[in-house]
Design a protein around this ligand. Structure first.
Ligand code: TYD
Length: 210
């Protein structure tokens, strides 16, 4: 595949969307085709799955951890097959909010499932598609919580306990430590412009492959 696949990860409220927007704009001014997308919810089927997962409320009741992991994997399978792979085959740069690492951190480290099981179903769902670069915007869960409050409204996962969010953060940091070639870890408690510069410094060398 000739394109470049970049994912952004981090806790809720870490500023991923802002960084995705800034990076996308920078790439576009340089003439690259950019596909900005996200999981869950990057396809029509995925939007339905996203609604069930995050805003299902009493319509869906208590969601079993395995069911939750499979729904994220189903969203991923559809998204990779219908959006991400076709874009990469055209030579586009895909800039994506959240991917497999979110499943490993939220469903694995944050819940009761084995990380290795979550990895297996996600890799099956994506047929092993891996990003060339994953930017982890690392943020203290308490700082992120106050950002979310100022943004208003919480979904089901955002309403989880502080312990859950701390476990998720730890999960991301361990994934990054195990795979330093793929990861760029940034302290998200910096101005957006500075974060953007650090992201660009890491992305620029990848573009020569296009
Ligand atoms: P979203 O609003 O996209 O993220 P953010 O709050 O960072 O803007 O919400 C997606 C939620 O789904 C978020 O709480 C993380 C969670 N999630 C998982 O638990 N597993 C996954 O595989 C993915 C992709 C997301």
């Amino acid at each position: 595949m000739s394109g470049i696949f970049i994912t952004l990860e981090g806790g809720d409220g870490a500023g991923k969307s802002t960084q995705a927007e800034l990076l996308g704009a920078w790439l576009e001014t340089r003439g690259y085709e950019v596909v900005r997308t996200r999981e869950p919810g990057g396809t029509r089927l995925g939007a339905e799955i996203r609604r069930l997962l995050l805003h299902g409320g009493e319509d869906v009741g208590d969601v079993d951890p395995r069911a939750e992991a499979l729904l994220y994997a189903a969203d991923r399978a559809q998204h990779v097959a219908k959006v991400v792979r076709p874009a990469l085959e055209r030579g586009a740069v895909v800039v994506q909010d959240r991917y497999i690492d979110s499943s490993l951190a939220y469903q694995g480290a944050g819940r009761v499932l084995e990380v290795s099981d979550v990895r297996r179903i996600s890799e099956w769902a994506s047929e092993g598609l891996r990003p060339q670069l994953t930017v982890l915007l690392d943020v203290d869960p308490e700082v992120a919580a106050s950002r979310r409050e100022s943004r208003g409204g919480t979904d089901r996962l955002e309403g989880e306990t502080d312990d859950f969010h701390r476990a998720v953060r730890q999960g991301f940091l361990e994934l990054a430590e195990a795979d330093p070639d793929r990861y760029l870890v940034l302290d998200a408690d910096q101005p957006a412009e500075e974060l953007n510069e650090a992201v660009i410094a890491r992305v620029a060398p990848l573009l020569s492959a296009l």
